[in-house]
Design a protein around this ligand. Structure first.
Ligand code: UDP
Ligand code: MG
Length: 139
């Protein structure tokens, strides 16, 4: 059983899509193992999006991610890391297929509803970045 990290971004929270997105993960057979609302800091974002800090769009991404609190979820299930990425769809919501979360609910390549860990290595790092061990439940 794997665990992945999902962040429900400010557009998801602001548009009241939190329940709908969690519903989709549960309907796919995954289990919530941790959940917390948190305000992103500049420092945390620079670590989480280290691969993007030098991009020209980074200031806009940072402002977006700090525009309201996010909700961090630890989501467990067989093959959940890769399967969640499939459920989420590609980065640009405008190019994401209908039936994916971003395709159905996202706006563009920044306002795309949620983050999902992209590999087992990333999931492990992000679990320790966003959760203390006592905040994870279920195994
Ligand atoms: N992003 C953006 N502009 C871009 C590309 C990405 O604002 O041109 C944002 C978007 O919110 C995306 C996040 O940066 O989800 C992280 O980018 P990454 O390439 O890791 O995409 P993801 O793994 O979220 O699909
Ligand atoms: Mg990514």
């Amino acid at each position: 059983m794997e665990t992945t990290v999902i962040l429900l971004k400010p557009d998801c929270v602001g548009r009241r899509l939190v329940g709908e997105v969690i519903r989709r993960f549960e309907a796919a057979g995954f289990t919530i193992k941790g959940a917390k609302m948190m305000a992103m800091t500049r420092e945390l974002l620079r670590e989480h999006y280290a691969h993007l800090v030098a991009e020209p769009f980074y200031p806009l991404l940072e402002a977006f991610m700090m525009s309201s609190p996010v909700i961090a979820l630890a989501v467990g299930g067989d093959g959940v890391i890769e399967r969640a990425r499939t459920l989420v769809g590609p980065t640009d919501s405008r190019k994401a297929a209908a039936g994916t979360i971003r395709g159905d609910l996202g706006t563009d390549n920044r306002r795309n509803i949620l983050h999902a860990s992209d590999s087992p290595e990333a999931a492990a790092k992000e679990l320790s970045r966003f959760f203390h061990s006592g905040e994870l439940f279920g195994d």
